[in-house]
Design a protein around this ligand. Structure first.
Ligand SMILES: NC(=O)C1=CN([C@@H]2O[C@H](COP(=O)(O)OP(=O)(O)OC[C@H]3O[C@@H](n4cnc5c(N)ncnc54)[C@H](OP(=O)(O)O)[C@@H]3O)[C@@H](O)[C@H]2O)C=CC1
Ligand SMILES: O=C(O)[C@@H]1CCC=N1
Length: 257
């Protein structure tokens, strides 16, 4: 399958890395001339276009839109010569299917919110299908996204909150990990050992929750030994409003004033 990623920035680059490492497909990118992107194309060996008309001429089977959200509809409009069965997968946060359908009326359109771990095929991808996406088209979308990580299928009106948790979530976890590494350094660990320790701990915590399907509170209870060390730390997190900070970060990222 020919897959073209339009907009090779943080997200587009992560998707290309994920597809390049696992895919038997022909992956390409479109980005205005930019040395950073040229270097990535050389490194990962993908075909790089610099104009929409080159992509139209190339006739990919799947186009993944990862351009800045505010220009994504205009970028999609430039692709209006694509063959009608080219699947459009938009990753632009907040851009609705009807807006893309208005400029590409003949193409199947779905919206996703992926996250940067797609680069290592461990992504979380919120997917909103549309009513006209069925059969082989739907199967091809699932085939492409499955290579990048877990697919969470939701209705389009749920995609914003799925995007905040799954898409913004890695940044929130990164801040937590960075703070933990400062604490580890304060208590004598070197920075590299701290990073390795924390990344492993977060990976394992996620894997345990995922595999056992236990609730986070049940898993926390298994760690907090009576009169032990963990509960002392939990008390401090509660005292400083850690939970409220997390809930309110999600509120604000989801557009609440
Ligand atoms: N970052 C993330 O974790 C996530 C991002 N998204 C979505 O992905 C999209 C991109 O975000 P992100 O990667 O963070 O942003 P970036 O700014 O890192 O990437 C945007 C890319 O688009 C390129 N670009 C600009 N104009 C055009 C154009 N006309 N045609 C083709 N490419 C163009 C830019 O090129 P140049 O730099 O050369 O100007 C840049 O490489 C957004 O819509 C965002 O909502 C969704 C989920 C998660
Ligand atoms: O910050 C953003 O707007 C994008 C969407 C989800 C994650 N990053």
């Amino acid at each position: 399958m020919k897959i073209t990623v339009v907009g090779v920035g943080s997200m587009g680059g992560a998707i290309i890395k994920g597809l390049a490492s696992s895919s038997a497909d022909e992956v390409s990118g479109l980005n205005p001339t930019n040395p950073r992107v040229s270097r990535l194309a050389d490194y990962l060996h993908f075909k790089l276009f610099t104009t929409a008309s080159e992509v139209v001429e190339y006739q990919p089977d799947v186009v993944i839109l990862t351009t800045p959200a505010n220009i994504t509809v205009a970028v999609a409009k430039e692709l209006d010569g694509l063959q009608p069965n080219t699947i459009i997968i938009s990753a632009a946060a907040g851009v609705r299917q009807y807006e893309l359908k208005a400029v590409l009326p003949n193409n199947p359109v779905v919206t996703i919110i992926p996250n940067t771990p797609v680069a290592v095929n461990a992504g979380t991808i919120g997917l909103a299908l549309s009513a006209d996406v069925t059969g082989a088209t739907r199967d091809n979308i699932i085939y492409v996204l499955n290579q990048l990580g877990d697919i969470i299928t939701v209705s389009e009106d749920q995609l914003d909150i799925v995007g905040v948790i799954g898409g913004c979530g890695p940044a929130f976890i990164d801040i937590f990990m960075d703070a933990m590494s400062d604490a580890a350094v304060k208590h004598g660990l070197d920075r590299q050992t701290a990073y390795q320790l924390i990344a492993s701990m977060v990976k394992g915590t996620g894997a345990l929750a995922y595999d056992t399907e236990k609730s986070p509170s049940a898993l926390r209870d298994e760690v907090t030994s009576p009169a032990g060390t963990t509960i002392k730390g939990v008390e401090v997190l509660e005292k400083h409003g850690f939970r409220f900070s997390v809930i309110d970060a999600v509120n604000k990222a989801n557009g609440e004033d």
